[in-house]
Ligand binder design. Sequence first.
Ligand SMILES: [Zn+2]
Length: 273
Amino acid sequence: MDRLFRGIMRYRNTERRGMVAQFEKVKNNPVPKAVFFTCMDSRMIPSRFTQTNVGDMFIVRNAGNVIPHSHHFNDEVTMNEPAALELGCVVNDIRHIIICGHSDCKAMNLLYKLKDQSFSSKTNRQLSPLRAWLCNHAHSSLDKFNQLELCGTTRPLMFQSEMPLKKFVAYIDPEKRWSVEDRLSQVNTLEQLANVASYNFLRRRLETHQLHVHALWFDIYTGDIYYFSRQNKRFVEINEATVDKLSEEVRRDGNGEGSNSEAFPLVRSVLSS
Ligand SMILES: [Zn+2]
């Protein structure tokens, strides 16, 4: 706490005045551009690596950047993540959802171990809320990852897209650069698109291209950020050589019928930051 107190005192004397001015500006004209789902890992600081500012994004964090599927919720039983989707995409009419996974994810490392049935037994799940969370809400990622292990990384995997009847193809780590747990993290990041699609209150927005879903992946070891390119069917590093093409892909995908092309600056800023 002492370190936090010293940090707060530094903030009071440096950034506070500027931030309050930004709060005032945003208060009268709030136009957040994205709902950003990422892991709670202390190394993930999305506003820093996307160079975004006050008022730009709603950020939702949990263990493993998981968005639970809607079939887990009946009547009024719900969780933070769907409520955040509604607050962001319906109440505030935000047009982009970004899901961002990362390498060396402790939640994904644990999910990988949950392949072992004794490790994920009912008794162990009752003792560990984290195991229960991952077993309940990330088992589809593990199922998809098992397909990858069976087929090998040079074969494509089929994922359900954010549109209920559409699928997309992804090659996960065809060059075998990553650990198995990192591959699971990439699979898990893409698997969240189907979970977003499971919410009826988003369906019309998704079907009419008013709402777009993007997947990012952050490499903790190098600081590089990858964008899942549906055109390239894989995660592509965002760098000087790729950023223009990726921006073009985002623009083109967003300029379909019924879309709001005005809603892209944040994704482009993520891509070019
Ligand atoms: Zn993590």
